[in-house]
Design a protein around this ligand. Structure first.
Ligand code: GDP
Ligand code: MG
Length: 161
């Protein structure tokens, strides 16, 4: 395989995905991972952890004044979650499209939320909403050395030469 770094920068966009505690409890981790793998994105970091309030206050800093924030905190600390970093072309926007509407009740069939959930308060996954947010969020959840730099051998079949 070619050395990591030989791909053009647009193929190395990264996003943060969280498989939230409801999805871990419901044994949906594999189904969520499978969707991103089949799309062709590359997994570059993953861990199971129990999030604490300090981490979630940073992650959801723009939501801290919302009335539902206490409920969101208690949901997100109710059990372990899986944090992942996915990499590839347009991964931030594509991942948001695959995740679907924030409100699961309105999420389109075929999206992760539309297929696996019904209510906004238990909506299975998180995905960063912009490239800038993704950079910041990845830094909250992962140390630099937890991201694995690797070049996938199928790159020409995924993107063309
Ligand atoms: P996202 O980017 O699609 O996840 O949506 P937001 O950034 O707007 O909200 C973050 C998370 O807060 C959502 O994924 C939900 O888990 C939760 N959330 C958003 N709106 C509500 C709400 O009205 N009620 C409750 N209980 N949770 C909400
Ligand atoms: Mg959001």
């Amino acid at each position: 395989p070619r050395p990591y770094g030989s791909a053009p920068p647009e193929l190395r966009e990264q996003t943060l995905v969280l498989v939230k505690p409801d999805a871990v409890q419901r044994r949906l981790v594999g189904d969520v991972i499978r969707r991103f793998e089949r799309r062709g994105f590359k997994l570059v970091a993953m861990k199971l952890l129990q999030a604490d309030r300090g981490l979630l206050d940073k992650h959801y800093q723009q939501l801290r004044q919302k009335p539902f924030y206490p409920a969101l905190l208690s949901y997100m600390t109710s059990g372990p979650l899986v944090a992942m970093v996915w990499e590839g072309y347009n991964v931030v926007r594509s991942t948001r499209a695959m995740v679907g509407d924030t409100n699961s009740a309105q999420a389109a069939a075929g999206t992760i939320r539309g297929d696996f959930s019904m209510h906004v308060s238990r909506n299975v996954v998180h995905a960063s909403d912009s490239v800038e947010t993704a950079l910041r969020e990845i830094g909250f959840w992962f140390q630099r050395d937890e991201l694995v730099a690797w070049e996938s051998s199928d790159r020409d079949y995924t993107y063309g030469p």
